[in-house]
Design a protein around this ligand. Structure first.
Ligand SMILES: [Zn+2]
Length: 201
């Protein structure tokens, strides 16, 4: 069964692609913040005292972030090499799954919501409801939120996530929810068209 889909699953090319349009045209946006110590004699700024970096892998065809891929640094022969690697518990579900849209509510402690008005409200509410999944993996649209009392907020959301079955979509939502989850509806959408990679423009 040479070259069968089953066989190619697990090879590098099966995960090293956009999970939405399967394009292999990817780039990494690396945001680096560092503090370098300055040598008083030579003026050289070396040896980071502190460094923070955040890497976001993006598809150049559909322009979406790729939360199933991460960037890892290695030291090889004194050279610093960076390489894209799959996020193990996520890539297969996202690359081979289909989009599911859930209409749902998550009831969380009011303390979990950093801000519920102003420009940061949507992101704060999405993070309060689903953590990093809400802001980085899922497409999360906060419809509205309701203060149940002084200590509880119910966030009403539309969420799109990739999964291989309705059961898996439900499991992922349940695992990500940071409060009491209620799913009102869950519907499968069709996959966006695959990038062919030979677009003439
Ligand atoms: Zn894409």
């Amino acid at each position: 069964m040479e070259g069968s889909a089953q066989e190619s699953l697990g090879t590098q090319s099966s995960w090293l692609r956009c999970y939405r349009c399967w394009s292999q045209n990817l780039e990494v946006q690396l945001h680096y913040e560092g503090i370098l110590k300055v040598d008083a004699d030579t003026g050289e700024a070396v040896d980071p005292v502190e460094e923070v970096q955040e890497a976001v892998v993006q598809c150049l065809d559909c322009l979406h972030d790729q939360p199933h891929l991460s960037l890892t640094f290695y030291d090889e022969d004194g050279r610093r090499i960076s390489r894209i690697e799959p996020v193990e518990d996520r890539w297969e579900r996202m690359v081979t799954g289909t989009p599911w849209v859930a209409s749902c509510t998550v009831t969380v402690d009011a303390d979990q919501v950093e801000s519920c008005s102003g420009p940061d409200a949507a992101e704060s509410l999405a993070f309060a409801a689903f953590g990093d999944h809400g802001t980085r993996e899922f497409f999360t649209h906060v419809r509205f939120h309701k203060h149940e009392d002084d200590t509880t907020i119910t966030v009403h959301l539309l969420v799109e996530l990739y999964a291989r079955s309705p059961e898996e979509a439900t499991e992922v939502l349940e695992a990500a929810a940071r409060g009491r989850l209620a799913i009102t509806s869950l519907a499968e959408e069709s996959r966006p068209p695959a990038a062919t990679g030979d677009d003439p423009h």
